[in-house]
Design a binder for this molecule. Structure first.
Ligand SMILES: Cc1ncc(C[n+]2csc(CCOP(=O)(O)OP(=O)(O)O)c2C)c(N)n1
Ligand code: SF4
Ligand SMILES: [Mg+2]
Length: 351
Protein backbone atom coordinates (compact mmCIF):
# COMPACT_ATOMS: atom_id res chain seq x y z
CA UNK A 1 0.00 0.00 0.00
CA UNK A 2 1.20 3.48 -0.71
CA UNK A 3 -0.17 6.89 0.09
CA UNK A 4 2.55 8.90 -1.65
CA UNK A 5 1.03 11.55 -3.89
CA UNK A 6 1.95 11.26 -7.57
CA UNK A 7 4.30 14.04 -8.76
CA UNK A 8 2.55 16.41 -11.19
CA UNK A 9 5.68 16.88 -13.33
CA UNK A 10 6.23 14.52 -16.20
CA UNK A 11 8.80 13.92 -18.89
CA UNK A 12 8.48 16.52 -21.68
CA UNK A 13 8.95 13.78 -24.27
CA UNK A 14 5.78 11.90 -23.29
CA UNK A 15 3.50 11.11 -26.22
CA UNK A 16 0.48 13.39 -26.51
CA UNK A 17 -2.91 12.73 -28.07
CA UNK A 18 -4.95 15.03 -30.36
CA UNK A 19 -5.96 17.18 -27.39
CA UNK A 20 -2.33 17.63 -26.35
CA UNK A 21 -2.86 15.47 -23.25
CA UNK A 22 -0.38 12.86 -22.12
CA UNK A 23 -1.21 9.53 -20.58
CA UNK A 24 -0.55 11.16 -17.19
CA UNK A 25 -3.51 13.50 -17.68
CA UNK A 26 -5.80 10.46 -17.59
CA UNK A 27 -4.40 9.03 -14.38
CA UNK A 28 -5.87 9.35 -10.91
CA UNK A 29 -4.44 9.00 -7.44
CA UNK A 30 -1.94 6.31 -6.44
CA UNK A 31 -3.79 3.02 -6.01
CA UNK A 32 -4.14 1.59 -2.50
CA UNK A 33 -5.12 -1.87 -3.78
CA UNK A 34 -2.91 -4.94 -3.17
CA UNK A 35 0.07 -5.17 -5.51
CA UNK A 36 -0.92 -7.43 -8.43
CA UNK A 37 -4.69 -6.93 -8.02
CA UNK A 38 -6.44 -7.39 -11.38
CA UNK A 39 -8.51 -4.26 -10.76
CA UNK A 40 -5.42 -2.05 -11.20
CA UNK A 41 -4.86 -3.52 -14.68
CA UNK A 42 -8.45 -2.57 -15.57
CA UNK A 43 -7.82 1.02 -14.44
CA UNK A 44 -4.71 1.04 -16.65
CA UNK A 45 -6.79 -0.20 -19.62
CA UNK A 46 -9.41 2.51 -19.00
CA UNK A 47 -6.67 5.16 -18.94
CA UNK A 48 -5.23 3.88 -22.21
CA UNK A 49 -8.65 3.69 -23.90
CA UNK A 50 -9.60 7.27 -22.92
CA UNK A 51 -6.17 8.58 -23.94
CA UNK A 52 -6.38 6.89 -27.34
CA UNK A 53 -9.96 8.08 -27.91
CA UNK A 54 -8.87 11.70 -27.19
CA UNK A 55 -11.61 12.06 -24.59
CA UNK A 56 -11.70 15.25 -22.54
CA UNK A 57 -11.65 13.92 -18.95
CA UNK A 58 -14.29 16.43 -17.79
CA UNK A 59 -16.75 14.81 -20.23
CA UNK A 60 -16.66 11.57 -18.24
CA UNK A 61 -18.72 10.66 -15.18
CA UNK A 62 -17.38 7.71 -13.17
CA UNK A 63 -19.83 6.05 -10.81
CA UNK A 64 -19.29 3.13 -8.47
CA UNK A 65 -20.70 1.25 -5.49
CA UNK A 66 -18.66 -0.24 -2.64
CA UNK A 67 -15.80 -2.74 -2.80
CA UNK A 68 -12.13 -2.78 -3.87
CA UNK A 69 -13.39 -2.56 -7.46
CA UNK A 70 -15.62 0.40 -6.62
CA UNK A 71 -12.63 2.24 -5.13
CA UNK A 72 -10.83 2.20 -8.48
CA UNK A 73 -12.45 5.29 -10.09
CA UNK A 74 -10.21 7.24 -7.72
CA UNK A 75 -7.20 5.75 -9.54
CA UNK A 76 -8.00 6.87 -13.10
CA UNK A 77 -9.31 10.04 -14.78
CA UNK A 78 -8.64 12.33 -11.83
CA UNK A 79 -10.15 15.24 -13.75
CA UNK A 80 -13.47 13.51 -14.49
CA UNK A 81 -16.67 13.70 -12.45
CA UNK A 82 -16.96 10.95 -9.86
CA UNK A 83 -19.56 9.57 -7.47
CA UNK A 84 -18.77 6.72 -5.10
CA UNK A 85 -22.26 5.62 -4.06
CA UNK A 86 -23.67 2.93 -1.76
CA UNK A 87 -23.10 -0.86 -2.04
CA UNK A 88 -25.08 -2.15 -5.04
CA UNK A 89 -26.77 1.18 -5.74
CA UNK A 90 -24.51 2.62 -8.43
CA UNK A 91 -26.92 1.78 -11.32
CA UNK A 92 -29.76 3.97 -10.04
CA UNK A 93 -27.41 6.89 -9.35
CA UNK A 94 -25.95 6.48 -12.85
CA UNK A 95 -29.44 6.34 -14.38
CA UNK A 96 -30.45 9.55 -12.63
CA UNK A 97 -27.28 11.37 -13.66
CA UNK A 98 -27.67 10.20 -17.25
CA UNK A 99 -31.29 11.38 -17.39
CA UNK A 100 -30.23 14.81 -16.14
CA UNK A 101 -27.29 15.15 -18.54
CA UNK A 102 -26.94 12.93 -21.57
CA UNK A 103 -23.86 14.77 -22.81
CA UNK A 104 -21.44 12.96 -20.50
CA UNK A 105 -19.83 9.57 -21.00
CA UNK A 106 -21.01 7.32 -18.18
CA UNK A 107 -18.61 4.73 -16.75
CA UNK A 108 -20.21 2.50 -14.13
CA UNK A 109 -17.53 0.56 -12.24
CA UNK A 110 -18.62 -2.26 -9.99
CA UNK A 111 -17.64 -5.61 -8.52
CA UNK A 112 -19.27 -9.04 -8.67
CA UNK A 113 -20.55 -8.62 -5.11
CA UNK A 114 -21.76 -5.11 -5.87
CA UNK A 115 -23.47 -6.16 -9.15
CA UNK A 116 -24.48 -9.81 -8.76
CA UNK A 117 -25.18 -10.05 -5.02
CA UNK A 118 -26.62 -6.97 -3.29
CA UNK A 119 -27.04 -4.94 -6.48
CA UNK A 120 -28.53 -7.56 -8.80
CA UNK A 121 -31.91 -5.85 -9.07
CA UNK A 122 -30.29 -2.49 -9.72
CA UNK A 123 -28.04 -3.98 -12.40
CA UNK A 124 -31.02 -5.67 -14.07
CA UNK A 125 -33.20 -2.57 -14.28
CA UNK A 126 -30.43 -0.25 -15.40
CA UNK A 127 -29.63 -2.60 -18.30
CA UNK A 128 -33.23 -3.30 -19.32
CA UNK A 129 -34.05 0.41 -19.37
CA UNK A 130 -31.39 0.95 -22.01
CA UNK A 131 -29.21 3.45 -20.17
CA UNK A 132 -26.34 4.64 -22.38
CA UNK A 133 -23.31 3.64 -20.31
CA UNK A 134 -20.29 1.41 -20.05
CA UNK A 135 -20.98 -0.92 -17.16
CA UNK A 136 -17.82 -2.66 -15.99
CA UNK A 137 -17.92 -5.53 -13.53
CA UNK A 138 -14.49 -6.28 -12.11
CA UNK A 139 -15.26 -9.92 -11.40
CA UNK A 140 -13.07 -11.85 -8.94
CA UNK A 141 -15.71 -14.21 -7.55
CA UNK A 142 -15.27 -12.90 -4.00
CA UNK A 143 -16.00 -9.96 -1.76
CA UNK A 144 -12.39 -8.77 -1.78
CA UNK A 145 -12.87 -5.75 0.46
CA UNK A 146 -14.51 -7.77 3.24
CA UNK A 147 -11.85 -10.49 3.10
CA UNK A 148 -12.83 -13.13 0.58
CA UNK A 149 -16.37 -14.46 1.10
CA UNK A 150 -17.84 -16.16 -2.03
CA UNK A 151 -19.84 -13.80 -4.21
CA UNK A 152 -22.78 -14.75 -6.44
CA UNK A 153 -20.45 -15.25 -9.45
CA UNK A 154 -18.29 -17.88 -7.69
CA UNK A 155 -18.50 -21.16 -9.57
CA UNK A 156 -20.18 -24.15 -7.94
CA UNK A 157 -17.49 -26.39 -6.47
CA UNK A 158 -14.82 -23.69 -6.38
CA UNK A 159 -12.72 -23.50 -3.22
CA UNK A 160 -12.15 -20.51 -0.98
CA UNK A 161 -8.68 -19.69 0.34
CA UNK A 162 -9.70 -21.14 3.72
CA UNK A 163 -10.76 -24.42 2.02
CA UNK A 164 -14.58 -23.98 1.98
CA UNK A 165 -16.46 -25.22 -1.08
CA UNK A 166 -19.10 -23.11 -2.81
CA UNK A 167 -22.33 -25.09 -3.22
CA UNK A 168 -24.41 -22.36 -4.86
CA UNK A 169 -24.99 -21.95 -8.59
CA UNK A 170 -23.13 -19.01 -10.12
CA UNK A 171 -24.73 -16.02 -11.82
CA UNK A 172 -23.23 -15.46 -15.25
CA UNK A 173 -23.39 -11.72 -15.82
CA UNK A 174 -22.86 -11.86 -19.58
CA UNK A 175 -25.73 -14.30 -20.21
CA UNK A 176 -27.88 -12.24 -17.87
CA UNK A 177 -26.96 -8.99 -19.63
CA UNK A 178 -27.94 -10.46 -23.01
CA UNK A 179 -31.28 -11.69 -21.63
CA UNK A 180 -31.94 -8.30 -20.01
CA UNK A 181 -31.48 -6.42 -23.28
CA UNK A 182 -27.92 -5.06 -23.14
CA UNK A 183 -26.93 -4.09 -26.69
CA UNK A 184 -23.17 -4.53 -26.24
CA UNK A 185 -21.96 -7.44 -24.15
CA UNK A 186 -18.37 -8.55 -23.74
CA UNK A 187 -16.19 -10.56 -21.42
CA UNK A 188 -12.49 -10.10 -20.97
CA UNK A 189 -9.63 -10.76 -18.61
CA UNK A 190 -7.74 -8.07 -16.67
CA UNK A 191 -4.47 -9.72 -17.75
CA UNK A 192 -5.27 -9.30 -21.47
CA UNK A 193 -4.75 -5.64 -22.29
CA UNK A 194 -4.74 -6.30 -26.05
CA UNK A 195 -8.28 -7.61 -25.87
CA UNK A 196 -9.54 -5.28 -23.16
CA UNK A 197 -8.52 -1.83 -24.47
CA UNK A 198 -10.32 -2.10 -27.86
CA UNK A 199 -13.37 -3.56 -26.09
CA UNK A 200 -13.53 -0.55 -23.75
CA UNK A 201 -13.10 1.86 -26.68
CA UNK A 202 -15.90 0.16 -28.61
CA UNK A 203 -18.15 0.13 -25.55
CA UNK A 204 -17.63 3.87 -25.03
CA UNK A 205 -18.55 4.52 -28.67
CA UNK A 206 -21.65 2.32 -28.36
CA UNK A 207 -24.85 4.28 -27.78
CA UNK A 208 -26.78 2.01 -25.45
CA UNK A 209 -26.21 -0.22 -22.42
CA UNK A 210 -22.74 -1.79 -22.80
CA UNK A 211 -21.73 -4.39 -20.25
CA UNK A 212 -18.19 -5.74 -19.89
CA UNK A 213 -17.63 -8.54 -17.42
CA UNK A 214 -13.90 -8.58 -16.69
CA UNK A 215 -12.40 -11.50 -14.81
CA UNK A 216 -10.05 -9.78 -12.42
CA UNK A 217 -8.22 -12.08 -10.01
CA UNK A 218 -8.06 -11.12 -6.33
CA UNK A 219 -4.46 -11.97 -5.49
CA UNK A 220 -5.19 -11.76 -1.78
CA UNK A 221 -8.25 -14.04 -1.45
CA UNK A 222 -8.95 -15.84 -4.73
CA UNK A 223 -5.80 -16.76 -6.62
CA UNK A 224 -5.16 -20.26 -5.27
CA UNK A 225 -5.56 -23.77 -6.72
CA UNK A 226 -9.27 -24.69 -6.71
CA UNK A 227 -10.38 -21.16 -7.60
CA UNK A 228 -11.93 -20.62 -11.04
CA UNK A 229 -11.11 -16.90 -11.00
CA UNK A 230 -7.33 -17.20 -10.50
CA UNK A 231 -4.73 -16.03 -13.03
CA UNK A 232 -3.68 -19.63 -13.77
CA UNK A 233 -7.23 -20.95 -14.19
CA UNK A 234 -8.36 -18.14 -16.49
CA UNK A 235 -5.22 -18.38 -18.65
CA UNK A 236 -5.77 -22.14 -19.04
CA UNK A 237 -9.50 -21.93 -19.88
CA UNK A 238 -9.79 -18.65 -21.80
CA UNK A 239 -11.40 -19.10 -25.25
CA UNK A 240 -11.51 -15.87 -27.27
CA UNK A 241 -14.26 -15.98 -29.91
CA UNK A 242 -13.03 -12.93 -31.76
CA UNK A 243 -10.34 -10.32 -31.88
CA UNK A 244 -11.61 -6.78 -32.02
CA UNK A 245 -10.07 -3.70 -33.60
CA UNK A 246 -11.71 -0.34 -32.98
CA UNK A 247 -11.68 2.19 -35.83
CA UNK A 248 -12.87 5.70 -34.76
CA UNK A 249 -15.30 7.54 -37.08
CA UNK A 250 -12.70 10.08 -38.11
CA UNK A 251 -10.29 7.45 -39.36
CA UNK A 252 -10.62 6.24 -42.90
CA UNK A 253 -10.81 2.49 -43.39
CA UNK A 254 -7.86 1.92 -45.66
CA UNK A 255 -6.83 -1.67 -45.09
CA UNK A 256 -8.75 -4.34 -46.95
CA UNK A 257 -9.82 -7.07 -44.64
CA UNK A 258 -9.90 -10.72 -45.57
CA UNK A 259 -13.49 -11.84 -46.08
CA UNK A 260 -14.91 -14.86 -44.32
CA UNK A 261 -13.42 -14.53 -40.89
CA UNK A 262 -13.75 -10.74 -40.62
CA UNK A 263 -16.93 -8.77 -39.93
CA UNK A 264 -17.14 -4.99 -39.92
CA UNK A 265 -19.73 -3.63 -37.50
CA UNK A 266 -20.76 0.02 -37.83
CA UNK A 267 -21.91 1.86 -34.72
CA UNK A 268 -24.31 4.85 -34.50
CA UNK A 269 -21.47 7.31 -33.99
CA UNK A 270 -19.80 6.25 -37.25
CA UNK A 271 -17.04 4.17 -35.67
CA UNK A 272 -16.33 0.66 -36.92
CA UNK A 273 -15.50 -2.51 -35.10
CA UNK A 274 -13.42 -4.98 -37.02
CA UNK A 275 -14.20 -8.40 -35.66
CA UNK A 276 -11.73 -11.10 -36.66
CA UNK A 277 -13.43 -14.30 -35.75
CA UNK A 278 -11.24 -16.84 -34.03
CA UNK A 279 -14.18 -19.22 -34.12
CA UNK A 280 -15.64 -18.78 -37.62
CA UNK A 281 -19.05 -20.08 -36.48
CA UNK A 282 -19.49 -17.31 -33.92
CA UNK A 283 -21.88 -14.51 -34.85
CA UNK A 284 -21.85 -11.67 -32.30
CA UNK A 285 -24.90 -10.04 -33.91
CA UNK A 286 -27.16 -13.06 -33.38
CA UNK A 287 -28.58 -12.92 -29.86
CA UNK A 288 -30.06 -16.42 -29.79
CA UNK A 289 -26.97 -18.07 -31.28
CA UNK A 290 -24.71 -16.15 -28.88
CA UNK A 291 -26.72 -17.42 -25.91
CA UNK A 292 -26.57 -21.03 -27.14
CA UNK A 293 -22.83 -20.79 -27.81
CA UNK A 294 -22.13 -19.41 -24.34
CA UNK A 295 -24.10 -22.22 -22.70
CA UNK A 296 -22.36 -24.91 -24.80
CA UNK A 297 -18.88 -23.64 -24.01
CA UNK A 298 -19.65 -23.08 -20.37
CA UNK A 299 -20.75 -26.70 -20.06
CA UNK A 300 -17.26 -27.64 -21.34
CA UNK A 301 -15.63 -25.51 -18.65
CA UNK A 302 -14.43 -22.83 -21.04
CA UNK A 303 -14.46 -19.11 -20.28
CA UNK A 304 -15.56 -17.42 -23.49
CA UNK A 305 -14.10 -13.94 -23.98
CA UNK A 306 -14.35 -11.23 -26.65
CA UNK A 307 -17.28 -9.25 -28.02
CA UNK A 308 -20.12 -11.68 -27.33
CA UNK A 309 -23.13 -9.70 -28.51
CA UNK A 310 -23.77 -6.41 -30.27
CA UNK A 311 -26.94 -4.81 -31.57
CA UNK A 312 -25.98 -2.17 -34.11
CA UNK A 313 -29.47 -0.67 -34.03
CA UNK A 314 -29.39 0.04 -30.29
CA UNK A 315 -31.53 2.86 -28.94
CA UNK A 316 -31.07 4.40 -25.54
CA UNK A 317 -33.41 5.40 -22.70
CA UNK A 318 -33.70 9.04 -23.89
CA UNK A 319 -35.12 7.91 -27.23
CA UNK A 320 -37.64 5.69 -25.45
CA UNK A 321 -38.71 8.44 -23.03
CA UNK A 322 -38.60 11.31 -25.51
CA UNK A 323 -36.56 13.49 -23.16
CA UNK A 324 -35.21 16.93 -23.95
CA UNK A 325 -31.73 16.95 -25.53
CA UNK A 326 -30.33 19.81 -23.46
CA UNK A 327 -28.89 18.82 -20.06
CA UNK A 328 -31.24 19.97 -17.30
CA UNK A 329 -28.62 22.26 -15.75
CA UNK A 330 -28.51 24.27 -18.97
CA UNK A 331 -32.25 24.87 -19.20
CA UNK A 332 -33.55 28.26 -18.12
CA UNK A 333 -36.44 29.02 -15.82
CA UNK A 334 -38.75 29.49 -18.80
CA UNK A 335 -38.20 25.93 -20.06
CA UNK A 336 -38.23 24.37 -16.61
CA UNK A 337 -41.34 26.23 -15.49
CA UNK A 338 -43.56 26.76 -18.56
CA UNK A 339 -46.48 28.16 -16.52
CA UNK A 340 -49.72 26.93 -14.95
CA UNK A 341 -51.69 26.83 -18.22
CA UNK A 342 -49.22 24.31 -19.71
CA UNK A 343 -49.26 22.28 -16.50
CA UNK A 344 -53.06 22.17 -16.50
CA UNK A 345 -53.06 21.03 -20.15
CA UNK A 346 -50.54 18.31 -19.32
CA UNK A 347 -52.60 17.11 -16.36
CA UNK A 348 -55.68 17.02 -18.59
CA UNK A 349 -53.91 14.56 -20.90
CA UNK A 350 -53.84 12.03 -18.07
CA UNK A 351 -57.45 12.43 -16.95
C1 LIG B 1 -25.27 -2.28 2.52
C2 LIG B 1 -23.92 -2.90 2.72
N1 LIG B 1 -23.82 -4.21 2.95
C3 LIG B 1 -22.60 -4.80 3.10
C4 LIG B 1 -21.47 -4.02 3.04
C5 LIG B 1 -20.11 -4.69 3.25
N2 LIG B 1 -19.37 -4.84 2.00
C6 LIG B 1 -18.49 -3.89 1.61
S1 LIG B 1 -17.75 -4.28 0.16
C7 LIG B 1 -18.61 -5.73 0.07
C8 LIG B 1 -18.41 -6.70 -1.06
C9 LIG B 1 -17.62 -6.16 -2.20
O1 LIG B 1 -17.45 -7.17 -3.14
P1 LIG B 1 -17.27 -6.83 -4.67
O2 LIG B 1 -18.32 -5.93 -5.16
O3 LIG B 1 -17.12 -8.13 -5.38
O4 LIG B 1 -15.91 -5.99 -4.70
P2 LIG B 1 -14.39 -6.45 -4.56
O5 LIG B 1 -13.97 -5.95 -3.23
O6 LIG B 1 -14.32 -7.93 -4.66
O7 LIG B 1 -13.72 -5.76 -5.69
C10 LIG B 1 -19.46 -5.90 1.15
C11 LIG B 1 -20.34 -7.08 1.34
C12 LIG B 1 -21.61 -2.65 2.77
N3 LIG B 1 -20.54 -1.85 2.65
N4 LIG B 1 -22.83 -2.11 2.62
S1 SF4 C 1 -8.31 -7.74 -1.48
FE1 SF4 C 1 -8.36 -8.64 -3.51
S2 SF4 C 1 -9.74 -7.32 -4.72
FE2 SF4 C 1 -9.10 -6.17 -2.89
S3 SF4 C 1 -7.31 -4.99 -3.51
FE3 SF4 C 1 -6.57 -6.91 -2.61
S4 SF4 C 1 -6.31 -8.28 -4.39
FE4 SF4 C 1 -7.63 -6.60 -5.04
MG1 LIG D 1 -15.45 -9.10 -6.02
Amino acid sequence: MTYIAKPKLHHPGLKTNKLGFTHRDYEGRVSTLCAGCGHDSISAALIQACFELDIEPHRVAKLSGIGCSSKTPDYFLGNAHGFNSVHGRMPSVLTGANLANRDLIYLGVSGDGDSASIGLGQFAHCVRRGVNMVYICENNGVYGLTKGQFSATADKGSKSKAGGVNNDSPIDLVSLAIVLGATFVARSFSGDKHQLVPLIKAAIAHEGPAVIDIISPCVQFNNHAGSTKSFDFVRAHNEAVNKIDFVPDREEITASYAPGTVTMVKQHDGSFLKLSKVDASYDATNRVAAMAYLQEREAKGEIVTGLLYIDETAEDIHKNLGTVKTPLNRLGEKELCPGSAKLAALNDEYR
